[in-house]
Design a protein around this ligand. Structure first.
Ligand code: ATP
Length: 234
């Protein structure tokens, strides 16, 4: 279980997130959405330890992880797929997936993770994760590397960003499978209705605060009508 207690994050005195209180039960599929600049990625970075809260506490499985490093949180089986993934010059896709997996990974399994994100595996296994890959390719390889990991909590920051419609359909299918398996908690930051449709819970973050949260049946109808009146089209 993940718990945030009174978590705030401020830069130069300006609050980017303010007094966030949030509990995410085990094996839930949670979608975080809301307007650009609301603080969604910052929240994900605080959970992963990329940023440290200005105040408040973060607990994972009852342990206070507020002061733990990214590596220490990774060892506790928290994984994070960046909105804009880094590239790793000199590292092949096969090696990245094996490293992520933490032990030997045979070719068949490597390929299945790539297929899950809509990549034709044999074309990619021996390529380097460097600037020769397109933005959409590197994004999908990053997502595959989280799928290959043994995680209890995975956070995907806008997995749909920069991904074509065909690969997006495949990704939705993959997240649907993960949701059905219900063997890990997933926090997915997304603006896509098809992803929100998979959620056990939707949380809307706006202007650094949780605006509302609830089941998709509670949240989606009003959210969609806000879209119709352009509130989220800004
Ligand atoms: N380290 C920082 N220093 C200054 N401002 C920051 C910092 N980190 C985030 N911000 C600002 O905080 C706000 C929230 O950023 P964040 O990336 O969390 O938003 P978001 O909800 O993920 O937006 P989007 O939907 O566009 O990805 C933005 O205005 C951003 O510019």
């Amino acid at each position: 279980m993940l718990r945030l207690e009174h978590v705030s994050f401020a830069v130069n005195g300006k609050y980017i997130l303010e007094d966030i209180n949030l509990t995410i039960e085990d094996n839930r599929f949670t979608v975080i959405t809301g307007p650009n600049g609301g603080g969604k990625s910052t929240l994900a970075k605080l959970i992963m330890g990329i940023e440290k809260p200005t105040s408040g506490k973060i607990y994972f499985n009852g342990e206070d992880i507020t002061d733990l490093t990214i590596d220490e949180r990774a060892k506790r089986k928290i994984g994070y797929a960046f909105q804009q993934p880094p590239r790793f010059k000199g590292m092949s896709v096969r090696n990245l997936l094996t490293l992520a997996h933490g032990r030997a990974l045979d070719e068949e399994h490597c390929c299945s993770y790539l297929t899950d994100v809509g990549l034709c595996s044999k074309d990619y296994l021996d390529r380097d994760v460097d600037s020769s890959l397109s933005g959409g390719e590197v994004k999908r390889i990053e997502i595959a590397s989280i799928l290959a990991r043994d995680v209890e909590l995975s956070i995907f920051d806008e997995p749909e960003a920069g991904i074509d419609l065909w690969s997006f359909a495949k990704l939705v299918e993959t997240f649907q499978k993960l949701q059905k398996k219900s063997q890990q908690s997933i926090i997915l930051i997304s603006h896509q209705e098809r992803i929100m449709q998979l959620a056990d819970e939707i949380i809307i973050i706006e202007a650094g605060k949780i605006k509302t949260r609830g089941s998709k049946d509670e949240i989606l109808p009003s959210l969609m009508s806000e879209f119709d009146t352009c509130e989220y089209k800004r």
